[in-house]
Write a protein of this length. Sequence first.
Length: 328
Amino acid sequence: MRLAPILSIIVLVAAGAGGYAYWSQEQSSRVPPGLARANGRVEVERVDVATKSAGRLAEVRVEEGAFVQKDGVVARIDTTELLAQLAAAKAAVHRAHQGIAKAHSEVVLRGADLNLAEAELRRVVELMRTNTSTRAELDRRTAQRDVSRAALEGATVAVEDAKAATEVAEAQVAQIEATIADMTLKAPVSGRVEYRLARAGEVVAAGGRVLTLLDLSDVHMTIFLPTGQAGRVELGSEARIVLDSAPEYVVPATIAFVAAEAQFTPKYVETANEREKLMYRIKLHIDPQILEAYRGYVKAGMTGNAYVIIRAGTTWPANLTPRLPDVR
């Protein structure tokens, strides 16, 4: 006789607990007025570290997961052959400079010959006035003067050719030095190594990828909203991100992009109304200063919910106040 009342109490308690759980879930899933919610995933821009020229990897200095600073050396390609080419090119520059000096000496010599030829021609002209020289001698001295003048002009041109040859040799040295500098691979951005695609000793082709970096200063979440909501989103306005892996934290963000054209809903986006097939892509950008402080938490592919303002004057509710973990 006493079992029935006890069972009734248990049923009532269970029903009350279930009702409270349902009410709590309903309250947590309810979107405050003036806001829109959409699920998305965190995306981190990827940057490839690739070779400009083919070669054999001498070393790769970083492992997957390591954080590298911008312009930090991450890998190096063997430059033994290039160093030999550089030595030959520098020798060619030295030889070209010697050629310039030789060409200048030739100009001086040919200039002296011309001066002598002009002096002898003037002397013959004076002798012709006193009839002590012949016409043939005058013609010979004139021709000698013209030959010396042409030789001087040729020597002057040779100087310019030697200078041009020097410039070519120096340009070749600069080109080889630039190629050698390119053989030292540096991180174009500060970020975390996601993939190491080659190892020391491997031969990589021109443009071959060695590493893939995650640019931790360029992190965003992409969401999709239907026309009725996307049209009310203001570019540059505040947004909030709540990750599934850390629902106790609220990450502040900014509306950085709203697509100009609608597109079909991607498969991984679930909408409340399945009849709404056309959605607008919206990108929420996270402040780089926050990313720098919490770079150890930044991971690509994390899913969560994003909240955006779709009605002017809407204030954020207390449960969406930015909350971030303590920085250690």
